[in-house]
Design a protein around this ligand. Structure first.
Ligand SMILES: [Zn+2]
Ligand SMILES: [Zn+2]
Length: 399
C-alpha cells in the first residue's frame, strides 16, 4: 500500500503547534495592547500589580490567550489522532478502490488500459464541504497512448463545462502560461462576454524563517508544567467563581423558595411517632408503629396501625388514614409514598419517605406550596443576557 496522505505524527504535530503559536501570538497582541492602555489609565497612586488589577488582567489574559491555549493543549492528542486516522482512511480508500468493469479507451474505444494513478476527488462542483471524496482512476491506452479517467463505478470523468455567467452558453477558453501562473481567457461564443482567470502555479512558498518558533512553541504549547498548572488553576478559579455567582443569583431569584425551605421541619425518624400517633389515635387508628427504616439513596419507613372503628370499611379506612398522614406531615420533609396504604381486617400499613438534600427539598417545597422557579420562568431574559455576554468571536465568556 502506498501512503500518499498519511505522514508521520511529527508532521501533524508541527502543523497543530504552528496554529497554536499563531493563535497565541495573535492573542498576545490584544493582551499587550490592553495591558499598556490599562496601565496608562491607572491613577498615580495605583499600581498595576495590586490584587484587584491583577485579577482583571488575568481575566483578560484568559479570554484573549489562556483559555484558547488550554483548550488546544487539552485537545491536541485527540485532534492529531483523528486527523491521522482520516488520512489513513483516505489511503485505504484509494488502495481498496477497484474499477467495477473493464474500461474502454475514451478516444479509440479499445480495452487493455493501464492504471497510471488513483486520486481522491469530489465529483461535484467543490462547493459542498461535506461531499465525500471518490477515487478517480487515470488510465493510459496502450493503443493510442491517450489518457482516460473513470470514477470507481465506471462513470467516465468529464470536465465540467464553464458556462457564461450572462447567457449560460458554454464558454470557450484559451490558455497561456507565464513562469508563475496559468492564464485563461474565457469568451462566450454567443454573447461575446469575456473574462480572464488565473491559476497560480504551486510554487513552494518560501517559508519565512521564524527565529522565535522553538521558544514560542514551548511557551504557547504549554510545555512548561509550572506555567501550565498555573493556567489550569486560574481557569478553575474563574469557573468556581462563575458557579458560585450562578448559585448566588439562583438563590436570590428564588428567595421565596429558599425561605419556604427554611420553614420545613425535619423530624428524625423517632419524632414521626409523636407527630402521627396522636392525630391517628384521635381518629380511631390505634397501635401506631414504625418499621425498621429502609436506608438506601432515599430513606423509607414503613408504618402500621389498627383501625378501631368497626363501622369503617376498607376504602374509607384507607382514604381517611391517607388524608390524616398527608396533613400531619405537610410542614415536614416526610411524605406518604405513592404506593399507598394497604388494608386487611383493620390492619393498615404504608410507607413514608424523607426528602433530604437541597435539591430534593427544593422540589418538595415548590410542589407542596406551588411555587415557581423564577429563573426558569424568566428564561427569555437570561438568553438575552447571555448573548450580551458574548466575547465577540461567537464564544461565550467563561464567567
Ligand atoms: Zn485508445
Ligand atoms: Zn454569453
Amino acid at each position: 500500500m502506498t501512503y500518499t496522505h498519511l505522514k508521520e505524527r511529527k508532521f501533524y504535530e508541527d502543523i497543530y503547534d504552528r496554529h497554536t503559536i499563531e493563535d497565541g501570538r495573535r492573542g498576545m497582541v490584544h493582551y499587550d495592547k490592553f495591558h499598556a492602555e490599562f496601565e496608562k489609565k491607572l491613577p498615580k497612586d495605583d499600581k498595576i500589580d495590586r490584587p484587584g488589577n491583577a485579577l482583571l488582567l488575568n481575566v483578560f489574559y484568559m479570554q484573549t490567550v489562556g483559555n484558547e491555549l488550554l483548550h488546544r493543549y487539552e485537545t491536541r492528542e485527540q485532534y492529531i489522532t483523528d486527523w491521522i486516522a482520516k488520512d489513513e482512511a483516505k489511503d485505504e480508500q484509494i488502495a481498496d478502490a477497484r474499477l467495477t468493469e473493464e474500461p474502454y479507451c475514451q478516444h479509440c474505444g479499445k480495452t487493455g488500459l493501464r492504471i497510471t494513478s488513483k486520486d481522491l476527488m469530489c465529483r461535484g462542483e467543490h462547493n459542498d464541504p461535506d461531499e465525500p471524496e471518490e477515487v478517480l482512476f487515470m488510465l493510459k491506452c496502450p493503443h493510442c497512448d491517450k489518457n482516460s479517467a473513470f470514477w470507481e463505478d465506471g462513470t467516465a470523468w468529464k470536465a465540467k463545462p464553464t458556462l457564461c455567467p450572462k447567457c449560460r452558453t458554454e464558454m470557450r477558453h484559451k490558455t497561456s502560461k507565464t513562469p508563475k501562473a496559468l492564464l485563461f481567457t474565457y469568451t462566450c461564443p454567443s454573447c461575446k462576454h469575456s473574462y480572464k482567470d488565473r491559476m497560480d502555479l504551486a510554487e513552494k512558498k518560501k517559508k519565512q524563517p521564524d527565529p522565535d518558533f522553538d521558544k514560542d512553541r514551548a511557551h504557547f504549547c504549554l510545555d512548561d508544567k509550572e506555567f501550565r498548572d498555573r493556567l489550569f488553576e486560574i481557569r478553575r478559579g474563574f469557573e468556581d467563581m462563575a458557579r458560585f455567582g450562578k448559585e448566588m443569583k439562583e438563590k436570590e431569584d428564588n428567595k421565596h423558595v429558599y425561605d419556604a425551605m427554611k420553614e420545613v421541619k425535619k423530624p428524625k425518624i423517632a419524632e414521626l411517632v409523636p407527630i402521627l400517633a396522636p392525630v391517628l389515635e384521635k381518629a380511631g387508628y390505634i397501635e401506631f408503629h414504625l418499621d425498621k427504616p429502609e436506608m438506601g439513596r432515599d430513606v423509607y419507613v414503613g408504618f402500621s396501625c389498627l383501625d378501631n372503628k368497626s363501622e369503617r370499611e376498607d376504602y374509607d379506612s384507607r382514604k381517611t388514614l391517607k388524608k390524616l398522614v398527608d396533613k400531619a406531615l405537610l410542614d415536614t420533609n416526610w411524605r406518604l409514598m405513592s404506593d399507598g396504604i394497604s388494608y386487611r381486617l383493620g390492619y393498615l400499613n404504608g410507607r413514608v419517605k424523607a426528602y433530604e438534600g437541597e435539591e430534593a427539598l427544593k422540589e418538595l417545597v415548590m410542589k407542596t406550596k406551588n411555587l415557581k422557579d423564577k429563573q426558569k420562568s424568566n428564561k427569555v431574559d437570561n438568553t438575552l443576557n447571555e448573548t450580551r455576554m458574548g466575547d465577540g468571536k461567537g464564544g461565550r465568556i467563561v464567567y
